[in-house]
Design a protein around this ligand. Structure first.
Ligand code: GDG
Length: 507
């Protein structure tokens, strides 16, 4: 059944392995753990278990031999140059990504890309089967690998398969545009349990099953009939991802990080207010809307350097995809215009940083920032918002948060905004900036409690428990069901309040 001598009880599969190859000064190379939240989360799950991770090592061509790193067995999957272009940059990031993010930019459809997607998904499935022990738990991640569950199921009916979607699942009206929509749903239905960021994402998936495949759904479950006449029940629920609250709080309490936050403030001229944005340079993140609102506030004279400064970290991302190249050009042009108009010698209005920073530097930036601006047009969760909250051990700081993020469904005490409504966004930015200290602290305290209680370790264990119980038993304890219902009611109330508050601005 297995070609590998090493097999494991837990197999995680994601597009990327949790390590990057780094070139050392002497020309040698070594593997370093990548900084992402997913790696941290999975580390806690894999610790003490026999775990393997299947993924691409990040360079086109032959894959390195499997190796061990930090107690994890890593099984690289090779991708050729063409596969990187067709499967990853093409189908995953230029077809699926736009469709799953409300078609903010138009999606591109190429049959050649689909063929590569299928082929690469099969290679991942084979690699998983190769390292999975009899009866293993297989946890597949994200939109790049939606065909993998059914492919693994076909080869290895003995294993238990879960899939988690880090990005939104689109409304059926948008999903239906995909020429391969049926194949994608069938691919996912190979899993026992499907996890989503928001309840709405799970509902969108269930609706796609009903409307596009004519399957019957009941509550959180969908039933499909297999070729041999047997039925399979698959559960789809919301299990929102989170951050390593304790780790981030610990990091941001370190004296050198606190000192660095002070230095950042000083080097910006000790402004009254530092606004901060931290995003991958992606059109879903609403960076252009944020800049437009900020530029208008400068024009209105509501903010001005050096009293107020805006620092935007835009981490380089997907630079070979056209829409990302265009976004970068537009953002950089606008930053140049704004600084030309409103900046002065030694006093920029917007500090734009197109780099990636180490974790401790990010924590220092979070500590230095008075207001974090998180304004995506659509975002599965947005970990940056939760990381900011986790780092504010001093109880200060304010969060402006788009209602189109998954995070908004948990962080109702943020200053909520609709980034499409520029007038409303400007008002929200000013409200956050001018709010009395006591109000900001009260809001931050409530958000910190939420993130501390629902951290990434809890997310991972909730997912694995749900997978363990699927499909026979309910995924929620009665207490969790009550919590979910209360959460849904609070969501509705907060949303109603938000709409009522903003009715005066633009209806
Ligand atoms: C996808 C979904 C969902 C960014 N710049 C640097 C850096 N980062 C880190 C952040 C954060 C992560 O990258 C970005 O996570 P986000 O959640 O904000 O956004 P996506 O990359 O789009 O992630 C998203 C997420 O998956 C998880 O499910 O929340 O909705 O789109 O952790 O801090 N980290 C460091 N230097 C940087 O310059 N060290």
């Amino acid at each position: 059944m297995s070609g590998s001598t090493h097999t494991f009880d837990l197999v995680v599969a994601a597009n990327r392995l949790p390590v990057d190859r780094v070139v050392l000064p002497d020309g040698g190379t070594e593997w370093r753990r990548s900084p992402g939240g997913l790696v941290t989360a999975m580390e806690s799950v894999m610790r003490g278990r026999e775990g393997a991770w299947v993924g691409w090592a990040g360079e086109a061509g032959d894959a390195p031999e499997p190796f061990e790193e930090d107690g994890m067995f890593l099984r690289p999957v090779p991708l050729s140059e063409d596969e990187v272009a067709y499967y990853y940059e093409g189908f995953a990031n230029d077809t699926l990504w736009p469709i799953y993010h409300d078609v903010i930019v138009p999606a591109t459809f190429h049959r050649l890309w689909w063929t590569a997607y299928e082929k690469v998904n099969r290679r991942f499935a084979e690699a998983i089967c190769d390292v999975a022990a009899e009866g293993a738990t297989v946890w597949v991640h994200d939109y790049q690998l939606q065909l993998v569950p059914a492919m693994v199921r076909e080869m290895r009916p003995d294993v238990r398969i879960g899939w988690f979607n880090h990005i939104p699942f689109p409304p059926v009206e948008l999903f239906a545009q995909l020429p391969w929509r049926r194949r994608l749903v069938e691919g996912l239905l190979g899993a026992d349990f499907l996890g989503f960021q928001r309840v709405a994402d799970a509902h969108n998936f269930l609706r796609a099953c009903r409307q596009l495949l004519g399957l019957s759904t009941k509550g959180e479950t969908v039933t499909s009939t297999l070729e041999d006449g047997q039925t399979r029940v698959v559960r789809a629920s919301a299990i929102p991802i989170s951050v390593d609250f304790t780790g981030l709080e610990e990091l941001s309490r370190r004296p050198e990080v606190i000192q660095r936050a002070k230095e950042i403030r000083e080097s910006l001229g000790n402004p009254e207010t530092i606004f901060l944005g931290v995003d991958r340079l992606d059109y879903t993140k609403g960076i252009r809307h944020r800049l437009k609102a900020y530029a208008e506030l400068l024009e209105d004279g509501e903010v001005s350097p050096p009293e107020q400064v805006f620092m935007q970290v835009a981490t380089p991302s997907r630079e070979r995809v056209d829409a990302y190249r265009e976004l970068r050009e537009e953002v950089e042009k606008e930053v140049g215009r704004v600084n030309g108009e409103y900046g002065d010698i030694g006093s920029a209005a917007v500090h734009y940083l197109h780099h990636s920073y180490p974790r401790d530097e990010m924590a220092a930036m979070f500590l230095a920032a008075d207001v974090l601006l998180v304004t995506p047009l659509r975002d599965g969760m947005n970990l940056v918002a939760k990381e900011y909250v986790a780092c504010r051990h001093d109880g200060a700081g304010a969060l402006v948060l788009s209602e189109f993020t998954g995070a908004w469904h948990e962080l109702h005490q943020a200053y909520v905004c609709n980034p499409h409504d520029i007038a409303g966004l400007k008002q929200t930015i000013l409200t956050a900036m001018r709010a009395p200290e006591a109000e900001r602290r009260r809001r931050m305290k409530a958000m910190r409690r939420r993130v501390a209680d629902h951290d990434v370790q809890r997310w991972a264990s909730r997912f694995l428990e749900a997978l363990e119980q699927a499909p026979a038993k309910p995924t929620r304890t009665p207490r969790e069901q009550r919590e979910d219902e209360a959460q849904a009611a609070a969501d509705d109330k907060a949303e109603q309040r938000h709409h009522a508050e903003h009715a005066g601005v633009n209806g």
